[in-house]
Design a protein around this ligand. Structure first.
Ligand code: UD1
Ligand code: CA
Length: 475
C-alpha cells in the first residue's frame, strides 16, 4: 500500500482522521440487531471497517454510534483495543449529515483530512482508500475541499446518483428517493465514502437542511454546497463495484458472505496450496490459516483464528473454531473442535468433541463419541470410544478404555483427574474426581475409582480396591 505521509512530498499534508458512521439501525435488515453488528465471515461488519481504517495508520479513528451504541462500541473495542477509537453518540438518527454533525465538537478544530466511512461497506480495501486520500490531497496540486468515492453500477437502484453538468463536472448528489426518473437512469453512484477537510466541512454541514423526501440531513448535500462556494470537489471513480457496495439487506449480506469466502478459498488454494474437494460447500474464516497439501472435504467449517498445519485431512461435517492444529493431523467426519490445540500426527473422530482448551499431544488419538473439556491427552495416548474426559490430565502411551467417564462434577464444584504415563483404564471405568492414577496402573472393566490408584497396581470393583501389584515391565 502506498504510504500517505508527509515524507516524499514538499508540502506537509494535514493529518488523517477517520470517521465511521455506524449509528443507524438498518431498517432494511428487518432485525432487532443494529446492521453493523450483523456478521460477515464471522466478524461484525463494523469490525471489517475498523480493521481497514487502522491499515491506513490514521491519527485517530472516531465512530458515530447510536442504535445499540454500547454493543457497537464493544465490537469496535474487540477489534481495535480499548483505546483504539473514540466514540461519538448520535442520540437521534436524523441522517448521515446529522451523524457527521455529531462529531463537530471533536473534529471542527482538528485541522485534518477527514476520511468518512460507512459501517455497512465492509469489503473496501485499504489501498483503495489510500488512493482516494491521495487524490483528495493532490487534486490540482492544492487538494480538493471534498472528494467522494464513486463507482458505476449496472443496477444503481437505492444509491445516491452523481449528477454532472454539461461539461462533465460534478454538480450534486441526488438520493434515490429524491431523484427524477431521468436522474434515476444515471449509473454513476456515490459509495458513501468521502474525504473532506474539516475546516470547510463543518461550516457547509451547518447549512444542510432536511428538505428532502426522507426529511433527513443528508451528508450528500455537502459537496454541492462546497462547489457552489467555488471550492474544488473531486470524484474518485473506482472500477471494482462490488468492493465498495454497501450492505442494506440480508440478501446482500449473503452475497457478500459468498464473495468473502471465495476470496479466502482462492487465496488458500493459490498461495497456501490447500485442496478443497468442493469450494462451494466449504466455509473458512478469512482469519484462518491452513498449510500446504491439506485436503478439506465438503461441509467443513473452519472458523475464527484457527491455524492448521501442513498435510492435514479434514473430513466432512467437521467444525474447527479458534483452534491450533499441527502437521499431518487427520480429522475424520463430524468432529467439533473449539478453542483447543492438537499437535502433529494426531487422529480425531469420527464424532469427537474437543472444547475449552483441550490438548492432544503428538500422535495422540481420540475416536468415536469422545468428549474432552479442559483436558490434555499425552503423546501416543488413545481414547477411542464413548468417553468423557473433563478437567483431566493424561500422560503418555496411556489407553483410556471404551465408556470411561471422569466424574469431575460433584454437584457443587469441578475436580481434576490425573492419569500418569503407561496406564490402562479398563472399559466403563468411572474416575470420581479428584483422583490420581499412578504410572503403569491398570483399572479393571467397570471399576469405580474413588481413591488414588498407586503406581503399578491393578484396581477393580465398586469402589475400586488394589487387587494386585504389577511388575513395572508388565505395564
Ligand atoms: C448513503 C448515501 C448514498 C450512498 C449510499 C452508499 C446519504 C444521504 N446517502 O445512503 O448517497 O449511495 O450511502 O452506501 O448519505 N448512519 C448514521 N446515522 C444516521 C443515518 C445513517 O450513523 O442518522 C450511518 C448508518 O449506520 C450507515 C451509514 O450511515 O452505516 C449509511 O447510512 P444508510 O442509511 O445506509 O445510507 P444509504 O441510504 O445507504
Ligand atoms: Ca447503506
Amino acid at each position: 500500500m502506498e504510504k500517505q505521509s508527509n515524507t516524499g512530498s514538499l508540502e506537509a499534508h494535514a493529518p488523517l482522521d477517520v470517521l465511521i458512521l455506524a449509528a443507524g439501525l438498518g431498517t432494511r435488515m428487518r432485525s432487532q440487531k443494529a446492521k453493523v453488528l450483523h456478521e460477515l465471515g464471522g466478524r461484525p461488519l463494523i469490525a471489517h471497517v475498523c480493521r481497514t481504517a487502522t491499515a491506513l495508520d490514521p491519527r485517530r479513528i472516531y465512530v458515530v454510534v447510536g442504535h445499540q451504541a454500547e454493543a457497537v462500541a464493544e465490537a469496535v473495542r474487540a477489534e481495535l483495543g480499548a483505546d483504539g477509537a473514540s466514540f461519538i453518540e448520535q442520540t437521534e438518527q436524523r441522517g448521515t449529515g446529522d451523524a457527521v454533525m455529531a462529531a463537530r465538537e471533536a473534529l471542527a478544530e482538528a485541522g485534518s483530512t477527514l476520511l468518512i466511512l460507512s459501517g455497512d461497506v465492509p469489503l473496501v480495501r485499504a489501498e483503495t482508500l489510500a488512493s482516494l486520500v491521495h487524490q483528495h490531497r493532490t487534486h490540482r496540486g492544492r487538494g480538493a475541499a471534498s472528494t467522494m468515492l464513486a463507482v458505476r453500477l449496472e443496477d444503481p437502484t437505492g444509491y445516491g446518483r452523481i449528477i454532472r453538468d454539461a461539461e462533465g463536472r460534478f454538480e450534486r448528489i441526488v438520493e434515490q428517493k429524491d431523484a427524477t426518473p431521468e436522474e434515476r437512469t444515471v449509473t454513476e453512484i456515490n459509495a458513501g465514502i468521502y474525504c473532506f477537510d474539516t475546516e470547510t466541512l463543518f461550516p457547509a454541514l451547518a447549512r444542510v437542511r432536511p428538505s428532502n423526501a426522507q426529511g433527513e440531513y443528508y451528508l450528500t448535500d455537502v459537496p454541492a454546497l462546497l462547489r457552489a462556494d467555488g471550492a474544488d470537489v473531486g470524484v474518485y471513480l473506482h472500477t471494482d463495484a462490488r468492493e465498495v457496495s454497501g450492505i442494506n439487506t440480508r440478501v446482500e449480506l449473503a452475497e457478500f458472505e459468498r464473495l468473502l469466502r471465495q476470496r479466502t478459498l482462492r487465496r488458500l488454494m493459490l498461495d497456501s496450496g490447500v485442496t478443497f474437494i468442493d469450494p462451494q460447500r466449504t466455509y473458512v474464516s478469512s482469519d484462518a490459516q491452513i498449510g500446504r497439501d491439506c485436503v478439506i472435504y465438503p461441509d467443513v467449517l473452519i472458523e475464527g483464528q484457527s491455524v492448521i498445519g501442513d498435510g492435514c485431512v479434514i473430513r466432512s461435517g467437521t467444525r474447527i473454531t479458534d483452534s491450533r492444529i499441527g502437521n499431518g493431523v487427520t480429522v475424520k467426519d463430524h468432529c467439533v473442535i473449539v478453542e483447543s490445540e492438537i499437535a502433529d500426527n494426531c487422529t480425531l473422530g469420527p464424532f469427537a468433541h474437543l472444547r475449552m482448551n483441550s490438548k492432544l499431544e503428538e500422535g495422540a488419538a481420540v475416536g468415536n463419541f469422545v468428549e474432552m473439556k479442559k483436558s490434555r491427552l499425552g503423546s501416543r495416548s488413545k481414547s477411542m470410544h464413548l468417553t468423557y474426559l473433563g478437567d483431566a490430565t493424561i500422560g503418555e502411551e496411556t489407553n483410556i478404555g471404551a465408556g470411561t467417564v471422569t466424574c469431575n462434577y460433584d454437584g457443587k464444584a469441578k475436580h481434576p483427574t490425573v492419569i500418569e504415563d503407561h496406564v490402562r483404564i479398563g472399559s466403563d471405568t468411572m474416575l470420581v474426581a479428584p483422583v490420581h492414577v499412578g504410572h503403569g496402573a491398570v483399572t479393571a472393566a467397570g471399576a469405580v475409582v474413588t481413591e488414588d490408584v498407586p503406581p503399578e497396581t491393578l484396581v477393580a470393583g465398586v469402589p475400586a480396591k488394589v487387587k494386585k501389584h504389577l511388575k513395572a515391565e508388565e505395564s
